[in-house]
Write a protein that binds this ligand. Structure first.
Ligand SMILES: Cc1cc2nc3c(=O)[nH]c(=O)nc-3n(C[C@H](O)[C@H](O)[C@H](O)COP(=O)(O)OP(=O)(O)OC[C@H]3O[C@@H](n4cnc5c(N)ncnc54)[C@H](O)[C@@H]3O)c2cc1C
Length: 508
């Protein structure tokens, strides 16, 4: 409320609001950062969120069937376990409610300015401050932390004629709940993580559903079930039990790294599990052939579902592999010349991951944006800092993504790292802290070395994990506990700092 009022005042007066730290985004990353700031006694901060609520991914992805694919006991903050998850893998409404609960519990709403889309953030080298322009007014911050999300900006396919489509078009991340799909002829474009959740959820009530597939995913069974009252009571009474379960889930998932990053042959049993799952659920040989991947499991994200294959095998469903040639006002035409009348297009086409929109909006010391600096590939120190961008920290930046376990683990590692950086700035009385090009180069080398031989580079698929140069710039290519070890303390030797006194009289 306070922030909204201050924001309105700032807007009306055109005044710039000064803060110590400005955080962009309020998903798991932004909220985690805000909690860390509070923990360190930093109260002079603001969270700039373009949406009208906290939650990020879990506010925006409300399509039917949306759910996490990492167990909730692991896909949640370590310091805020929820004994009351209704299922082992929670659905979007519960995760969204969890994050809203976090915002309330840590009294973070007052720190937010909602409806504040950051349109530009520019480093003012003379004043040693970030000038942050938003749709809800201007801010000036000593430190800028971006938690703008790697899967936050929907990617729309560039298909000839798509703009002429006369029916309803919706991206899974922007679901139109007012639109009734009952009895409609629906085209779903894409077969990734969102598609395999939305298709089974809508297939029973649509007239027909055509799933346009470029590459089939590997799918393994989803060990999901409702939690029992006993379990929930146990977790509430003995939090250590839930912590132990979380630990076991974490350890089990790290085993996958052995196959993905160390020795691909270890993935053979997982691939066998997926193949058996497919053969058990898909009887029709033609459909089987169409949905069988030709690359090593793990190269693209491994998907989990018990109802994907039954849904695409249903009499009103079809998997179309011919490739889309064009979209007409009332149909989708594939390269084999077949035209399928269509009422609604569901775009399950993912997000801008290797071309992050926020990177075009952040301008560093030499007047270049992050996107320009990253034109030849995204480089950072520890996924968190970039040379030429003092006092900027990235959460879920390049090479922080994971496909096999919880992103929240990575986010907590990074949030603690940024906390350490802020502590160093306070203790040393620094006006600026900036990583060095040499540190960045060394980190790029480390990522390249660890990515070599992994299934993501050598598994025989193209994926959003790789940039247009074929480099892994999205995934952390090793055990996640090694990332935590790397970010536990600030690698102070990899940063230069300017003492506050050298800028006295300059800084605002
Ligand atoms: C459907 C779906 C399912 C997923 N399931 C899992 C899972 O099971 N396990 C897992 O580990 N990960 C999963 N993920 C990945 C998920 O994105 C991360 O786990 C995590 O939620 C990312 O949090 P974040 O805070 O970094 O980003 P987000 O949650 O995306 O939050 C970013 C926030 O920044 C805001 N923002 C962006 N740009 C601006 C701007 N310019 N100005 C102001 N605000 C801005 C956005 O509005 C958003 O609120 C899933 C992702 C999707 C899309």
């Amino acid at each position: 409320m306070t922030s909204t009022m201050e924001n309105t005042r700032a807007e009306q007066s055109g005044a710039t609001r000064e803060v110590h730290v400005a955080v962009i985004g309020s998903g798991f990353a932004g909220l985690g950062m805000a909690i860390q700031l509070r923990k360190q006694g930093i109260e002079d901060f603001v969270v700039l969120e373009r949406g009208d609520d906290v939650g990020g991914t879990w506010r925006d992805n409300s399509y039917p069937g949306a759910a996490c694919d990492v167990q909730s006991n692991l896909y949640s903050f370590s310091f805020a376990p929820n004994p009351d998850w209704p299922r082992t893998y929670s659905e979007q409404p519960e995760i969204f409610a969890y994050l809203r609960g976090i915002a309330d519990r840590y009294e973070l709403r007052d720190k937010h300015v909602f409806g504040a889309e950051v349109t530009a953030a520019t480093w003012d080298d003379a004043a040693r401050r970030w000038d942050v322009e938003t749709t809800a007014g201007a801010f000036r911050a000593k430190v800028l932390v971006s938690g703008a999300g790697a899967l936050a900006d929907p990617s729309y396919p560039d298909i000839p004629g798509i703009e002429t489509f006369a029916g309803t078009v919706m991206h899974t991340a922007r679901w139109d709940h007012e639109h009734d799909l009952a009895g409609e002829r629906v085209a779903v474009i894409g077969t990734g993580a969102s598609a395999i959740q939305v298709v089974p959820a809508i297939q029973p009530r649509v007239g027909s559903i055509a799933v346009y597939q470029r590459t089939p995913p590997w799918v393994i069974p989803r060990g999901d079930r409702p939690t029992t009252p006993f379990e929930r009571a146990l977790y509430r009474r003995f939090p250590a039990v839930q912590k132990a379960v979380r630990g076991a889930l974490y350890a089990g998932r790290e085993f996958l790294v052995l196959g993905m990053a160390k020795n691909r042959r270890l993935l053979a049993p997982v691939q066998k599990l997926a193949r058996t799952h497919l053969e058990r659920q898909v009887r029709d040989p033609q459909l089987r052939a169409a949905v069988t991947p030709d690359y090593t499991i793990g190269c693209k994200r491994i998907l989990i579902s018990n109802d994907w294959y039954p849904a695409v095998s249903a009499p009103n469903a079809e998997v179309v592999t011919a490739g889309i040639a064009e979209i007409r006002p009332h149909s989708v035409v594939t390269r084999d010349g077949v035209e399928r009348p269509t009422d609604t297009l569901v775009l399950a086409t993912g997000f801008h991951v290797t071309d992050l929109p926020i990177a075009h909006r952040i301008t560093g010391r030499d007047g270049r944006t992050l996107a320009q600096v990253w034109d030849e590939g995204m480089v950072t120190n520890r996924g968190s800092a970039v040379a030429g961008f003092p006092n900027l920290f990235l959460l879920v930046g390049p090479n922080v993504g994971v496909g096999h376990t919880s992103m929240v683990y990575m986010i907590e590692s990074q949030v603690a790292y940024v906390g350490e950086a802020l502590r160093a700035m306070a203790v040393e009385g620094l006006a600026t802290l900036e990583t060095t090009p040499a540190a960045q180069e060394a980190y790029r080398e480390l990522i390249a070395q660890r990515s070599a031989g992994t299934v993501w580079l050598g598994g025989g698929c193209g994926s959003w994990y790789l940039d247009r140069h074929g480099h892994n710039t999205t995934l952390w290519p090793d055990f996640t506990f090694l990332f935590r070890r790397l970010t536990r303390e600030l690698d102070r030797e990899n940063y230069t700092g300017t003492p506050e006194r050298e800028t006295a009289g300059v800084a605002a």
